[in-house]
Design a protein around this ligand. Structure first.
Ligand code: SF4
Length: 709
């Protein structure tokens, strides 16, 4: 690609991948990457960040629309023909089946501007309720739990740098040492005090940070994290370690919670989760000793996908929040509960209206006041706005069925690799009347589409992202896109025009942001005091940032939430009693092994980008099954040998990687690949009833060597 200004300065921007949003500069025609000092990454980048510009030059970059012909092959087509075809088919589908027969699927990698426009497009130009996004696979349960308990969901309600001041951190199901390595530097202080406690069935790179007296690693059976948390809270109450004054002044519901954990004494929990009862007591005491109520420097409880991707994910995170509240942590110095968001804009992606139940400003779509306000900004009658649509997995389950969507527009998602029960999904996508995929490379999902639209990438456009801390940051254009590709903002505006929508869609990112900010005013995620111009000057702005601050001054943003009150009706956090139900797909004689899926250092999400980077592909070329040596011995498998995992959904084949860092009843598989080694061929699409989160972290499988019979 050509440079926007070959003689111009280096461009300050952020990494295109995970929610740490490491700061970097891009220089010259090849957009050469350097780390840039910033509070989150302090100049550091991981391998993915260092090599991120390679995808801009991917040899198979999509540069022209493609339409599937009668020969079933994809053929180049003009933009006019592709957009005309899409508009015609959407119009016909709406006329026959109604607007909900057209569904829109977004992504947590889209900029705030694109996420906002996608939601507005779906609800005005199409009029469908059925818009959701892939954040449902990664953040939904933590978001639901935080919303119901704390009144708002901002992944970390404090800056990441606050971790450095904590005396103890309970890290639940997060392998950040591998998924976002620059974040590890914020753990130096807590490790130095022996206060890092990691809960993970694998002795992951993060769990290994607890070695040499730096902390404690708990390896519970998959699907039993809720039991671990109930037992910790039991100890806190039983040993009078709770901050009763905080509970009385700042929370409601504690008595029900006290009763709900009363029977989870550590010895009973040990029977279920496998963690030694005395270790559970030690952990509870260590967290309490670190809490400000006991004179400690601070304690944090942080959750990741390991505990959230579960059919009891919302309740598990609720238990974590109950524990944090009992210890009086939220709103206190170097303390609190937070979720470590994974996708680059997983946070912003759920704030601006591409989620089935939400409008911009992170407000519920069934809230009449929110509907009226957003409808006013959009210039439509609130009565015309659709209601709550289908959550992602349910939407995918119904594709192509008589009562389900017939047309699907996908933006920023490679569903065939990242969605659960991927074999069934392939059939459902194939059954659609029309599948349209917008992407910049021919992902597995794009290759199945009827129409493929080539779009711009991160360094080719302006926009904003919201990091895991709720910090709103500027993503900047460093190079021109290749001729022939368009931004989703342009595509959606043009489609809206062809659909004869009465609502115009802005195409300039700064103008879209200004509108997004107006639409968010008064909501939990209030961006109304922000603009591209202000963010260019101030990189330290966190939402909520209303239009005006105290005495009419410019609002400074809100780095730390909950210091005085919670944004609930009575200003108190809600403690909610929960209990362990067990996973939906528990181990049994015909499927006696737990499969846990996840990510590796070199690859991001479905791998559509990182598999195209030679350095990353060389360092981690394909799928593998990590298993304990003892399990390998039991089934007669050696290092590197192909093994087959079978579940009631299907089977997957990959090379065995032997280790002592995992439970003997559990295997781990990264999910970044397609084909026979695609981990999601066997995962379950059972979901958490509250959040719609699928259960990627507990899948019952049988395992055997792959040998000719
Ligand atoms: Fe930073 Fe994440 Fe990018 Fe790695 S992938 S450089 S940790 S933002």
């Amino acid at each position: 690609p050509a440079v926007a200004d070959p003689t111009g300065p280096t461009i300050a921007t952020h990494c295109p991948y995970c929610a740490l949003q490491c700061a970097m500069t891009l220089a010259g025609p090849q957009a050469e990457v350097s780390g840039r000092d910033f509070p989150t990454n302090k100049g550091g980048l991981c391998q993915k960040g260092w090599t991120s510009a390679t995808v801009l030059r991917a040899p198979d970059r999509l540069t022209t629309p493609l339409i599937r012909g009668r020969d079933h092959e994809l053929h180049p087509a003009s933009w006019d023909r592709a957009l005309a075809l899409i508009a015609e088919r959407i119009t016909a589908t709406k006329a026959t089946y109604g607007p909900d027969a057209v569904a829109v699927f977004g992504g947590g990698g889209l900029t705030n501007e694109k996420a906002y426009t996608l939601g507005k497009f779906a609800r005005t130009a199409i009029g469908t309720a059925n818009i959701d996004y892939n954040g449902r696979f990664c953040m939904a349960s933590a978001a639901a739990a935080a919303n119901r308990a704390l009144g708002v969901d901002r992944g970390l309600p404090f800056p990441l740098a606050d971790l450095a001041g904590a005396q103890a951190i309970l890290l639940l199901g997060s392998n950040l040492a591998e998924t976002m390595p620059p974040a590890v530097q914020h753990l130096a202080g807590v490790r130095g005090q022996g206060g890092l406690i990691v809960v993970d069935p694998r002795r992951s790179a993060t769990a290994r940070l607890t070695a040499d007296g730096a902390g404690i690693h708990l390896q519970p059976a998959p699907g039993t994290d809720l039991v671990v948390l109930q037992a910790l809270l039991h100890v806190v109450f039983a040993e009078r370690l709770a901050d009763e004054s905080y509970l009385a002044q700042r929370t409601s519901g504690v008595e029900q919670v006290r009763r709900s954990v009363s029977t989870w004494w550590p010895e009973r929990a040990e029977q279920v989760c496998g963690i030694n009862a005395e270790t559970l007591r030690t952990v509870a005491r260590r967290l309490a000793a670190a809490s400000p109520a006991h004179g400690g420097r601070g304690a944090m409880i942080l959750s990741g996908r390991g505990v959230e991707q579960s059919t009891q994910g919302t309740d598990t995170v609720t238990a974590a929040i109950n524990l944090a509240l009992a210890l009086g942590l939220p709103g206190r110095a170097a303390s609190g509960y937070g979720a470590i968001t994974g996708q680059g804009n997983g946070q912003g992606g759920r704030e601006h209206g591409q989620k089935a139940d939400q409008l911009p400003g992170y407000r519920r779509i069934d809230d009449p006041a929110a509907r009226a306000q957003v409808a006013g900004v959009w210039g439509v009658d609130p009565e015309t706005l659709p209601g709550v649509g289908l959550p992602a997995v349910e939407l995918l389950r119904r594709l192509g069925t008589p009562e389900g969507p017939k047309v699907l527009l996908v933006h920023g998602s490679n569903l065939l690799v990242s969605a659960p029960n991927a074999g069934r999904l392939r059939d459902r996508l194939a059954a659609l009347d029309l599948l349209v995929v917008s992407d910049f490379v021919p992902s597995e999902t794009a290759l199945l589409a009827d129409v493929v639209l080539p779009v711009t990438q991160w360094a080719e456009e302006e926009g904003t992202m919201t990091s895991l801390e709720g910090r709103v940051i500027r993503r900047r254009r460093a190079i021109d896109p290749p001729p022939g590709v368009r931004s989703e903002l342009d595509i959606l505006a043009e489609l809206a025009r062809r659909l004869e929508s009465e609502v115009d869609l802005e195409t300039g990112p700064a103008a879209v942001f200004d509108e997004l900010a107006r639409a968010s005013a008064g909501g939990p995620a209030d961006y109304s005091g922000l603009s591209h111009a202000r963010l260019d000057l101030e990189p330290d702005l966190f939402w909520p940032c209303p239009a005006t601050g105290p005495a009419g001054s410019q609002h400074p943003g809100t780095a730390r939430l909950f210091t005085d009150t919670f944004p609930t009706a009575d200003g108190r956090a809600r403690m909610i009693a929960v209990d362990h139900r067990g996973p939906s797909d528990d181990v049994r004689p015909d499927a006696p092994i737990y499969l846990v899926t996840g990510r590796v250092l070199q690859h991001y999400q479905s791998g559509a980008q990182t598999r195209r980077v030679p350095e990353l592909a060389k360092a981690c070329p394909g799928p593998y099954v990590e298993m304990h040596q003892a399990l390998a011995d039991r089934i007669g498998v050696v290092e590197g040998e192909l093994v087959v995992l079978t579940s009631s959904r299907g089977e997957v084949t990959a090379a065995a990687r032997l280790t002592s860092n995992i439970r003997t009843d559990t295997v781990f598989m990264p999910f970044h690949w397609s084909g026979a080694g695609s981990a999601n061929l066997v995962t379950t699409d059972a979901t958490d009833p509250i959040s719609g989160m699928p259960e990627f972290k507990v899948c019952a499988v049988s395992i055997c060597a792959s040998r000719p019979s």
